[in-house]
Design a protein. Structure first.
Length: 349
């Protein structure tokens, strides 16, 4: 469950919650700008801003923010003599705010993220000579330019939406200062946070590799889809953690699926012919990672088949076969670990 789905759920239940966002870092810190953590009134959390004593202090400050009903922008120093008791060597600036409205905004944000699309959440985090009510105002910008919410000033809204689209394209957050009058006596600081689309793992085949692969993938935060043409393998009992399970003909299913730069496909079907059918369909897509299990002999035959089917050298190079990093894996769980390690390596470059 994503942090935004949790926020939407709690707001729908009229529950109190606080949101902590790292808006700037200096030096060595456990997390980077843009990372968010939700804090319930009982101190339970979703997400993490780095763990340890710093996260404990941020959680305590978030609960205090809920009680007082006003946001705070605070520095946490992770150096000897700092206010956290940690010695990472850096400093974090965190915006902590009570959240009591915006249910529809967070629902849209969750939907966009879960579909693999990036969005930008822009928030007023401070200002000079402005009303306190401006602090915490938000506007959500989706990748197609749709905007929801308002920062309270129409001309600023337009500027922020434009900057948000640039931030989405760049893939990193930014902090912008906007004057509210020509004399610059009044200004607002707005943190434009890029929320990347969630990463999807589509597993073709529900056999002995697919089960630990799906389970480890969920620990890593992937949205997992299982595809198999056998009902006894494509079911919720076998894959209780999977987000989606599809039972059907491999070629037809993969022909109708949509893939993007956040899609990762691992082919572990119960037959060589099905592997080839899936690979043919996925190679026509924008999937970021394509892996196929098999021996070196099978790898050679598969790549030769794809070449004979008309795929270019560039296309064929996209297929990781044999799939996974070479860690000497033997068991299904170890093989799954090697596969996901390779996917993470490709994502992080």
């Amino acid at each position: 469950m994503s942090i935004f789905k949790d926020i939407h759920r709690l707001l729908s239940q009229d529950k109190a919650l606080a949101l902590a966002t790292i808006v700037a870092t200096w030096g060595s810190t456990p997390r980077v700008a843009g990372v968010m953590m939700m804090v319930n009134s009982d101190g339970s959390t979703t997400g993490t801003v780095g763990g340890g004593n710093t996260e404990k202090l941020i959680t305590e400050d978030a609960i205090l923010t809920l009680r007082e009903g006003r946001p705070v922008l605070k520095n946490y120093t992770l150096r000897k003599g700092g206010n956290t008791g940690m010695i990472c060597g850096g400093k974090m600036r965190v915006f902590i705010e009570p959240i009591r409205e915006g249910k529809d905004l967070f629902e849209l944000l969750d939907n966009e993220s879960r579909s693999g699309k990036a969005s930008a959440l822009s928030t007023v985090i401070s200002g000079k000579e402005i009303f306190p009510s401006f602090i915490g105002k938000k506007i959500l910008t989706t990748s197609d330019g749709t905007a929801m919410g308002s920062l309270g000033i129409e001309k600023i809204d337009k500027l922020v939406v434009s900057e948000a689209l640039k931030a989405i394209k760049k893939g990193s957050p930014s902090l912008k200062i906007y004057p509210l009058e020509e004399t610059k006596k009044k200004e607002v600081a707005i943190f434009i946070n890029v929320i990347p689309g969630e990463v999807n793992l589509i597993i073709a085949g529900g056999g002995h590799i697919a089960k630990p692969l799906s389970e480890i993938a969920k620990v890593l935060g992937f949205n997992v889809t299982i595809v198999d043409d056998r009902k006894e393998y494509a079911n919720k009992f076998r894959f209780p953690l999977a987000d989606k399970i599809i039972c059907g003909d491999f070629k037809k299913v993969f022909f109708n699926l949509t893939f993007n730069e956040n899609s990762n496909v691992v082919v572990v079907t119960h037959g060589h012919r099905y592997d080839e059918e899936v690979l043919e369909e996925v190679l026509r897509s924008k999937a970021a990672y394509i892996g196929c299990i098999g021996s070196k002999i099978k790898a050679k035959q598969t790549l030769e088949y794809l070449k004979s089917a008309g795929y270019s050298k560039e296309d064929i190079k996209r297929v990781h076969i044999p799939v996974g990093l070479d860690i000497g894996a033997k068991t299904p769980a170890e093989i799954s670990l090697s596969i996901l390690a390779e996917i993470v390596k490709e994502r992080r470059k």
